[in-house]
Design a protein around this ligand. Sequence first.
Ligand code: ZN
Ligand code: ZN
Length: 336
Amino acid sequence: MAIPDEMDAMVVAAPGRPLERRRLPVPRPGPDEVLLEVAACGVCRTDLHLVDGELPAAPLPVIPGHEIVGRVVVVGNHVADLTVGDRVGVPWLAWTCGECRYCRMGRENLCDNARFTGYTVNGGYAQYAVADRRYCFRLPASFGDLEAAPLLCAGLIGYRSLRMCGDGVERLGLYGFGAAAHIVAQLAVHRGSEVFAFTRPGDATAQGFARSLGAVWAGDSTTPPPLPLDAAIIFAPVGALVPAALRAVRKGGVVVCGGIHMSDIPSFPYSFLWEERSLLSVANLERRDGDELFAALAGVPLRTAVEPFALAEANHALERLREGRLTGAAVLAIAR
Ligand SMILES: [Zn+2]
Ligand SMILES: [Zn+2]
């Protein structure tokens, strides 16, 4: 296959400004890397935080996008288990050092020297991308390219957040019903949990979407649930949801913050946390999250709802996400 010298890419050049469309050289893979022709790339809220300058120390310019589905077009010298034409997925975790305290503890998601796709290394808002093979996943064949893309962050972070809720969750609350929640809801329902979906006040579309995926209750985030929850996951980047979720969970319940950025959390009485409620955050992913998620999906009739956009429409997709006017996940359809 002939590989061109240049490619189209959408680039974060400066914080607070729309993405710029640029022609850039097609990157060359290192020994442990593969070059992918990007088929699809999911649009994640983290991309919006990056564009808005809300993430620390982003080295700009950078190509965003960390939910990449692509096909291998060049294989690095050290890569033995992929060949040209194979389809892989590239997640947020791009590389870890294997040597720092966190890597040695088996907590590679917290690696001091980690690199992140579409943040500290170039991502998938482009026709081609390189990725370290050791951090790529093979994807279930039952998902098309567009449908697989949201699994790579919304699915992985959602899965990790669900794992953090512990076992035996009979009633699970989901705050913010977007890309991650729509995947987690299906997994949780399949496991026998009752899902309670909380949306922006008055968002009947999102509430109907949640019910269509099996939620037993859907309502405004300002409304308490009809029954105490065992656990709640907050996907919306709204700090005021933290005390709301703590009040919604039972004694000993767990509240997990699933996002990378959140507005400030308002102060709240200690009684909201009292009685052994836990509040924790999820950062990044471990490769085992992907191995477990993709294995778990084999037995689950799970579908992702996607809204496709062209690469050049990436700014439009981000604005739709900002406004909460998406049902499911926005995905850039890049090749094919
Ligand atoms: Zn490390
Ligand atoms: Zn993401």
